[in-house]
Design a protein around this ligand. Structure first.
Ligand SMILES: Cc1cc2nc3c(=O)[nH]c(=O)nc-3n(C[C@H](O)[C@H](O)[C@H](O)COP(=O)(O)OP(=O)(O)OC[C@H]3O[C@@H](n4cnc5c(N)ncnc54)[C@H](O)[C@@H]3O)c2cc1C
Length: 597
């Protein structure tokens, strides 16, 4: 028998998005439970190093409108501009509120919040009218910004008595009569099923980078609720846009934050050429990520790669190089001591994973799958949209990386995700609180946990010959090789064929562990099911979009095509696979232009 719980609101996920949403609910006196498969402070938000963007103008002149422009241009004009305006204008109060909650931001000598440069963030160049140059906009706590955000928000939730259900993995949503009325979860320690009956549910479960092999994403980023929403008839928006971060540790994919380039780090090819000077003369290493990842691949293809497979480039953060090229902010001279203070974790990663001394040697980097621009479509208050007319599902919200309010469009700028999760986490929490107060509990069907239970029993009783690990490995390498930085129609058709075969094979997996307690074998099998669905939708959406834009670069359609493709994709699950519908991009002030940096 499942255990029944009743709360006004349930938040699924305890990263930055979930914790700010729950904080608003708790502050508003709405009874709220947070369900999380990880202990809250282990959420992926805690790994974010570089910073959170806000045009505070503490170091040099800046303006939220400049930030909005950068966000829209960085997203290759697929950004919904009303959402980007909210993001960039509410950034300021978000950072100030974090500071008031006690987040230990780095400080300038005058005691203001210190800021650093990040890719794609710019200001007008006073010496060159019409040109933009990098601006210091990222607020940070050394290179542990996400860790500090997570700790701060968790403490605030504890203070406001938010009820946490840690290590509860959600398996299904209860959606009846176009209303979300709760969710079903498994308690990992016991295997017991719990039904959470609620008026409002906020999905805040983060990304799904584990569809790829080489990724910066944690093992837990398997897109559970994105896939569950899709299976429950909710469309997924712009899934073809997945960001490859240019600087992952060679072969391992572990992230070397863009902060390394913000502080002056330089990319070199095998000819010792600073190749970004050629590709993006104004922004150089601080051009947006989609572009730098493509240029790295082009260098490798042109035979200018380095490393054992000639399939990497160098990142150089040695003080003498930064000083020689005057690549630090304002051309200032840096010392090893300064860099140790600005980038402690990043330098430690290089020592640990590359086994060399980054103050003395360059190290190998290669693009790594990093961030899902697409996800569950929402309006500006986080309400989940069920079709291209923007009709909502009552009581259902999504915020953070799992959602697509479309502030990132076709490519996200660095430091804009921490901002997105907090701004739209807060807005979702506020709207859900308002909604829960004016709504009564709807009835839930006595069989609402049936599907979750039958999925578990099917897996526990299965006797097939296929292995979860083998299917996952094949899916990940297929996605890396055929749905990566550069894409072609033929490759993607093949990838979809392989993924379909793997989905068939998945029906014949069996598990070693048949028990109830801490059955991670079972949980991984469920997660693989979600990943297969999301890999399929990603590849199918990418094949469908016959243009190149932002993070989606097609060799067979190399140009952006605003006439046919300045629109969002909505992918619906259908009997034959996937059905595509479209909705327009919201344009307020910024007309689409060619992107030059
Ligand atoms: C290495 C790295 C560095 C980054 N650096 C930066 C940066 O410097 N600046 C920036 O802006 N962005 C950065 N990003 C991106 C940014 O950190 C993430 O996009 C963001 O933190 C996601 O937050 P979230 O709240 O949406 O989800 P997450 O923080 O990923 O949290 C997801 C939560 O969902 C829960 N969950 C998932 N599935 C289930 C389920 N089935 N049942 C119950 N709970 C579930 C998990 O337990 C977890 O609590 C970085 C990302 C990575 C991977």
């Amino acid at each position: 028998m499942a255990t029944l719980h009743k709360y006004d609101a349930v938040v699924i996920g305890a990263g930055g998005a979930g914790l700010w949403a729950s904080l608003e609910l708790a502050r508003d006196g709405v009874s709220c439970a947070v369900l999380t498969k990880l202990y809250p402070t282990r959420s992926h938000t805690g790994t974010a190093q570089g910073g959170i963007a806000a045009a505070l103008g503490n170091m040099e002149p800046d303006h939220p409108d400049w930030h909005t422009y950068d966000t829209v241009k960085g997203g290759d004009y697929l950004v919904d501009q009303d959402a980007a305006e909210i993001l960039c204008h509410e950034a300021i109060l978000t950072v100030v509120e974090l500071e008031h909650m006690g987040l230990p931001f780095d400080r300038t000598p005058e005691g203001k919040i210190e800021q650093r440069r990040f890719g794609g963030h710019s200001k007008p160049d006073p010496d060159n009218p019409g040109k933009n140059i990098p601006v210091m906009r990222a607020c940070k706590s050394s290179d542990r910004t996400g860790h500090m955000i997570l700790q701060t928000l968790y403490q605030q939730n504890v203070k406001h008595n938010t009820q946490f259900f840690n290590e509860f993995q959600v398996l299904d949503l209860i959606i009846q009569a176009n209303e979300c009325r709760g969710c079903i979860a498994i308690e990992i320690a016991t295997g017991e099923i719990h039904i959470f009956h609620a008026k409002a549910v906020i999905i805040a479960t983060g990304g799904f980078g584990k569809i790829f092999k080489v990724t910066s994403n944690a093992h837990s980023l398997t897109g559970d609720l994105v896939a569950i929403a899709y299976r429950r008839g909710i469309p997924l928006e712009d899934m073809e846009f997945f960001q490859f971060h240019p600087t992952g540790v060679y072969e391992k994919g572990i992230l070397i934050s863009e902060a390394a380039r913000g502080e002056g780090g330089i990319l070199f090819n095998s000819k010792n050429e600073r190749f970004m000077e050629r590709h993006a003369p104004s922004m150089k290493e601080l051009a947006p990520r989609d572009m730098i990842s493509r240029y790295i691949f082009e260098e490798i293809r042109a035979g200018h790669g380095v490393g054992p497979g000639k399939d990497a480039v160098w990142l150089d953060v040695r003080p003498e190089t930064i000083n020689k090229y005057k690549s630090a902010p304002g051309g200032k001279q840096v010392t090893a001591e300064y860099l140790e203070h600005a980038l402690p974790d990043i330098l430690e990663f290089v020592r640990l994973y590359e086994g060399l001394e980054p103050m003395k040697e360059m190290f190998l980097i290669h693009p790594t799958a990093h961030y899902a621009m697409g996800g569950i479509p929402t309006d500006l208050n986080g309400r989940v949209l069920r079709d291209e007319t923007n009709a909502v599902i009552k009581g259902l919200y999504a915020a953070g990386e799992c959602a697509c309010v479309s502030v990132h469009g076709a490519n996200r700028l660095g430091t804009n995700s921490l901002l997105d999760i907090l701004v739209f986490g807060r807005r979702s929490g506020l709207d859900a609180a308002r909604y829960a107060k004016q709504t009564d509990f709807g009835d839930i069907s006595p069989t609402s946990d049936e599907l979750a239970i039958s999925q578990i029993n099917t897996l526990l009783n299965a006797t097939g010959k296929e292995s979860v690990a083998d299917i996952r490995k094949k899916m990940q390498s297929t996605m890396d090789n055929q749905v990566g930085v550069f894409r072609t129609g033929d490759d993607m058709k093949q990838a979809i064929g392989v993924i379909n075969d793997l989905r068939a094979a998945y029906k014949n997996v069996s598990l070693m562990d048949k028990g109830k307690k801490f059955n991670t074998d079972l949980l991984e099998a469920l997660e693989l099911g979600y990943l297969l669905d999301l890999a399929y939708v990603t590849a199918a959406s990418a094949l469908n979009r016959t243009e190149s834009r932002g993070g989606h670069a097609r060799e067979d359609y190399p140009n952006r095509d605003d006439v046919n493709w300045l629109k969002h994709t909505l992918a619906f699950q259908s009997d034959s696979g996937v059905e595509f519908r479209y909705k327009p991009v919201t344009i307020t002030k910024y007309q689409p232009q060619e992107r030059k940096y």
